[in-house]
Design a binder for this molecule. Structure first.
Ligand code: NYM
Ligand code: MG
Length: 214
């Protein structure tokens, strides 16, 4: 039996990631599984949730970065097991969010390389969507979680762009990335674009069995 595909939906806050990830999972046939990061229900996830929700919860920037990464490692084994069962896994955020949000803080020493280090060895997605929306930073109604301000989002967008600019380099070999601007598009329109890219990828790569790692 062929292994399932690991599909990632990435992007800034409020670009429609969670909606699209949920719709994609629904449309895939083989009991696909949705995994959202941060996974807030685990012991580390609860700490992350508290940090995001309560501005008085202080954690060093390095510490919270490592917790976000550890949260991925907490779930890593079950993701691989699900793929080996032949089921697809759709992730809502992953390594790239981890790097972009932390690097955007511009803490001395915490550059992209530093931020990427604890992610080494995690499974690389087979297919990554990067959602942008030119209105997302301007939109009203950002929640009141940490990081949810237009000033910080602009910095995060910068970091995402720097990360993905090098996507044709060795690091990104065999790593398929689809850039999707959702500005002015309906949920259904975006879903159709995502769905057809996934279908095309699966048709062309049905025989890919080996895993890729960061
Ligand atoms: N976030 C998410 C990080 O800073 N690092 C990470 O590794 C991940 C996965 O958490 N503003 C940030 C981005 C979001 C926040 O995510 C919560 P969401 O998708 O809004 O629940
Ligand atoms: Mg959010």
């Amino acid at each position: 039996m062929a292994r399932g595909k690991l599909i990632l939906i990435e992007g800034l806050d409020r670009t429609g990631k969670s909606t699209q990830a949920a719709k994609l999972v629904e449309s895939l046939s083989n009991q696909a599984r949705l995994v959202k990061f941060p996974e807030r229900s685990t012991p580390i996830g609860k700490l992350i949730n508290q940090y995001l929700k309560e501005s008085e919860t202080h954690l060093a920037d390095q510490a919270i970065h490592l917790l976000f990464s550890a949260n991925r490692w907490e779930v890593a084994e079950t993701i691989k097991a699900t793929l080996l069962e032949g089921r697809d896994v759709v992730m809502d955020r992953y390594v790239y969010s981890g790097i972009a949000y932390s690097a955007a803080k511009a803490v001395p020493g915490m550059d992209v390389q530093w931020c990427a280090q604890p992610e080494k060895g995690l499974l690389k997605p087979d297919l990554t969507f990067f959602l942008t929306n030119s209105e997302s930073e301007l939109r009203k109604g950002f929640g009141d979680e940490r990081y949810e301000s237009s000033g910080f989002q602009t910095k995060v967008r910068h970091e995402f762009e720097t990360i993905f600019k090098n996507y044709e380099s060795q690091d990104y070999k065999n790593n398929h990335i689809v850039f999707l601007d959702t500005t002015g598009k309906s949920i259904e329109q975006v879903h159709t674009s995502v769905g057809s890219a996934v279908e095309e990828y699966i048709q062309k790569n049905s025989d890919v069995e080996e895993f890729m790692y960061f």
